[in-house]
Design a protein around this ligand. Structure first.
Ligand code: PEP
Ligand code: MG
Length: 573
């Protein structure tokens, strides 16, 4: 039956093929009393050995086909299988309680899984998923259940599953597996991450795709817009075929630019950086050839948990990012909580206007213990790469000076303790409050860089709440008022020999890019998938020509007029 489902676009591209519904085997685990414990232990050890052998094969295959970092997950699985704590606990249950091997293993694994899941640490939570995955494999051998092997699929197929485990995903051969769609999962679930590195179009979190599709049904996975079309009509097929071909041609062109510098037609270099929320996002940053991280929103480290992250936990996350970026710049923003981002465990009083309230650096300067912990973690991580610190929501010079003074104090303290910190770390601010944009020349003397946060700068300049869709028409990045503020910030930075970047959504917008280039922006930070299309656009623009064009745009009356002109001149109407 023809049907369209929406989910989360996990991996870009369009796939058209017949479905293969991958079902989880039904492990019916019953408690039995075993008489010969030694024999039962041997069965368990044999199942472990067979699983290890399988995992080694999958790991080696993943290493050659996907690279060493993707294969690591299977080394982690092998470690679980070799873990004496787990093995001994199972053996003990068999020996002392006379339990059958599958029951004993399931009990022990469930206990470890819930222990890891309840830990406060993302890394440990992922270990729970590893144990679950490995346990299924061993149980399959113990129960003699032959799991369907995705690896043996040898015709063009779209895999449909409730979710795919990392080992399922690694078995997908991109030659035959054209796409996949799952019921559960989000953009950062393991299966989604793997699908991006395999470059298999994927839609996750459709909630019900397994219920609606049968093996053999023709279907379309649109990983660009997050749609799944089941049993498409001839018209839909033609439409998606065209969409697929267009995207593939475009990707081939973009891919050529991964290792290219971002230079304009007249040979001027600008930096294209990526915005990230967690260390995991670095994969996308590197795969898309970003020249740095222009905004690391650290608040995600503080969210989805019940207490503040420790200095150590933060240090590990920041260090991981700077190390993986291998000397490329990484701008880490200090905590920006408040506004629409709440931390329930801080128990802050409700405010009438949270976006105009106790937010970001305002909160950090008051709650100094929280701030100092983060500063220490950042300073320690600065010894491992090219880390730059950025303070959000700076409205006055006093705030900046106070934040810098605390940073200085923590640096001195760390040095006194003999801890290594970088000596050349740049310190900058986000320019997202109109007062700071207007007085940018005063700030420029006391910072190393500016990064313009247009998401907030526009909401404050236009007095239009960014969360309220009834006033969303006032989100006008091309409004001459906004362009003039942007120019003031860039000019002030350059006058004092500093650089100016932008990390709001505007930086990756194809209409804004010609204007920002013309105004002299040095760094553009955007979502990783916008990097290559933006680089391709910039290659065709001349900075010289754009500088007079941009000045003309500042004199137009409305955002619409500006947009029209940019379209006419640079985007084929
Ligand atoms: C901005 O305000 O433009 C910005 C990048 O910060 P956030 O969206 O996190 O407020
Ligand atoms: Mg902001």
């Amino acid at each position: 039956m023809q049907q369209k489902l929406s989910g989360i676009a996990a991996s870009a591209g369009v796939a058209i093929a017949k479905a293969f519904v991958h079902e989880e085997p039904d492990f019916n685990i019953e408690l039995r009393n075993v008489e010969n414990a030694d024999q039962e232990i041997q069965l368990f050890l044999d199942a472990l050995a067979t699983s290890q052998e399988e995992l080694r094969v999958i790991r080696d295959k993943a290493e050659t086909e996907l690279g060493a970092d993707k294969a690591e997950i299977f080394s982690a699985h092998l470690l679980v299988l070799n873990d004496p704590e787990l093995i001994d606990a199972v053996k003990e249950k068999i020996n002392q309680d006379k339990q059958n091997a599958e029951y004993a293993l399931n009990e022990v694994a469930t206990m470890f899984i819930s222990m890891f899941e309840n830990m406060d640490n993302e890394y440990m939570k992922e270990r729970a998923a590893d144990i679950r995955d490995v346990t299924k494999r061993v149980l399959g051998h113990l129960l003699g259940i032959k799991a369907q092997s995705l690896a043996t699929i040898s015709e063009e197929t779209i895999v449909i599953a409730e979710d795919l485990t990392p080992s399922d995903t690694a078995q997908l051969n991109p030659v035959f597996i054209k796409g996949f769609a799952t019921d559960i999962g989000g953009r950062t679930s393991h299966s989604a991450i793997m699908s991006r590195s395999l470059e298999i179009p994927a839609v996750v979190g459709t909630k019900e795709v397994t219920k609606q599709v049968e093996t053999g049904t023709l279907m379309i996975v649109d990983g660009l817009d997050g749609d799944v079309i089941i049993d498409p009509s001839a018209e839909q097929l033609a439409h998606y075929q065209t969409k697929k071909e267009k995207f593939e041609r475009q990707k081939e062109e973009w891919a050529k630019l991964v290792n290219e510098p971002t230079t304009t037609k007249d040979g001027k270099h600008v930096e294209l950086a990526a915005n990230i929320g967690t260390p995991k996002d670095v994969d996308g940053v590197l795969n898309n050839g970003a020249e740095g991280v222009g905004l690391y929103r650290t608040e995600f480290l503080y969210m989805g948990r019940d207490r503040l992250p420790s200095e150590e936990e933060q240090f590990e996350a920041y260090k991981e990012v700077v190390e993986r970026m291998d000397g490329k710049p990484v701008v880490i923003r200090t905590l920006d909580i408040g506004g629409d981002k709440e931390l329930p465990y801080l128990d802050l009083p409700k405010e009438l206007n949270p976006f105009l309230g106790f937010r970001a650096v305002r909160l950090c300067l008051e709650e100094q213990t929280i701030f100092r912990t983060q500063l220490r973690a950042l300073l320690r991580a600065s010894a491992y790469g090219n880390l730059k610190i950025m303070f959000p929501m700076i409205a006055t010079l006093e705030e900046l000076r106070q934040a810098k003074a605390l940073l200085q104090e923590e640096k001195a303290q760390l040095q006194k303790e003999g801890t290594k910190v970088s000596d050349s770390m740049e310190v900058g601010i986000m320019v997202e409050i109109p007062s700071t944009a207007i007085a940018a020349d005063l700030f420029a003397k006391e910072v190393d860089f500016f990064s313009i946060g247009t998401n907030d700068l526009i909401q404050y300049t236009m007095a239009a709440d960014r969360m309220n869709e009834r006033v969303s028409y006032l989100y006008q990045p091309y409004h001459p008022a906004i362009l003039r503020l942007v120019k003031m910030v860039i000019d002030a930075a350059h006058k004092h020999g500093k650089w100016a970047g932008m990390c709001g959504e505007m930086a990756g917008d194809e209409i804004a890019i010609p204007l920002l280039l013309g105004l002299g922006l040095d760094e553009f930070s955007m979502s990783a998938t916008s990097i290559l299309p933006s680089r391709s656009q910039i290659h065709n623009l001349s900075k010289e020509e754009l500088s007079s064009f941009a000045l003309e745009m500042l004199q137009l009356s409305t955002a619409d007029e500006v947009e029209q002109k940019v379209r006419e001149h640079f985007l084929n109407g």
